[in-house]
Design a protein around this ligand. Sequence first.
Ligand SMILES: [Cu+2]
Length: 102
Amino acid sequence: MLIGWALGIVVLGLAVAAAAGEQAETVRTVFTVEGMHCGGCSAAITAALDKVEGVVESSADHEKGLATAVYDPGKAGVEELEAAIEKLGYTVTGATTEAVKG
Ligand SMILES: [Cu+2]
């Protein structure tokens, strides 16, 4: 009984450590996108980014010509996200990636 309880604590500790590790690995990429004209364009881009596995958050600003994705780099990559945007007919002219601090 006591051993089971102690094991439970260890398992819980590992789960917390794993969750913290995942959080530290999240990155944010900001894409410069040509061809966005209105809110419909930015909505289409965020919808496409959200469909990519590993993406946890996305946003787009058609006035600034920027699209942002926050994702797990172990599941998604810049090229994949860029392809999702270009598939819609827009042109990605740049991408800057930085780590997201949990
Ligand atoms: Cu539009």
